[in-house]
Design a protein around this ligand. Structure first.
Ligand code: PRP
Length: 206
């Protein structure tokens, strides 16, 4: 009997496009979704499930997906126990502490989508600032006075420049990672091991 197809968890949007391209170069033939609303489809050499990036580690950790692609920042924030065998290199960004340009004085409240990483960072620098969890457009917190700093993703820096904010400290550097369910690596090693080797060999990956 034929083995079931590999199930991949991918974030919707640009990372999905970059991931499908990377898998293609690594020898997995995967078609793009036929509709923007697709959530799960047979892509050829694998089944693809599409979701918010923050949910990818959960799907992979629980084994609903055998493997997936997610940013290192999100992976650390969720603390999911998955293998992380390849850095795909794309979606490079920094998770940074951001303040209004020229701001001085003690930071008392930090808004972020990354409460776990922000809390760890603040503890590390000896700050007792309060952490407030938001779900998007976090920079707004700084502009409105909800918080006096934010911990957020900086990619080009355009969002900061456009809103009079500046990057004060880089907390971590992130990029897209290929993540694999622990049991799947053993059970589907025949497919996953050569795929991991091929992904690591791609330009910009390691
Ligand atoms: C991310 C991040 C910043 C922006 C940074 O937001 O939260 O707002 O991108 O990119 P830049 O440095 O190139 O301007 P995203 O567009 O992912 O939306 P979100 O805040 O709703 O998650």
């Amino acid at each position: 009997m034929a083995e079931p197809k590999l199930v991949l968890a991918l974030p919707k949007g640009r990372v999905m496009d970059d991931s499908l391209r990377a898998f293609g170069r690594a020898g997995l033939r995967l078609a793009p979704p036929e509709s923007e609303r697709a959530m799960r489809y047979d892509a050829g050499d694998a089944m693809v499930t599409l979701m918010r990036n923050a949910d990818v580690p959960t799907y992979v950790e629980l084994g609903v997906a055998d493997a997936g692609v997610v940013g290192k920042d999100v992976l650390l924030e969720t603390g999911a126990r998955v293998y992380e065998p390849a850095d795909l290199g794309f979606a490079a960004c920094r998770l940074s502490l951001v303040r209004p340009r020229g701001a001085t004085g003690t930071v008392e409240r930090v808004a972020t989508k990354y409460p776990r990483l922000a809390t760890e960072y603040l503890r590390r620098i000896g700050s007792s600032a309060e952490v407030v969890k938001l779900t998007g457009n976090v920079e707004l917190a700084c502009l409105t006075g909800l918080a006096d700093a934010v911990v957020d993703v900086v990619q080009t820096g355009e969002t900061l420049r456009a809103n009079g904010l500046e990057e004060v400290d880089v907390i971590l550097r992130s990029s897209a990672r290929f993540v694999v369910n622990r049991a799947a690596l053993k059970l589907r090693g025949d497919v996953l091991r050569p795929l991991i080797a091929a992904l690591r060999d791609l330009p910009g990956a390691r």
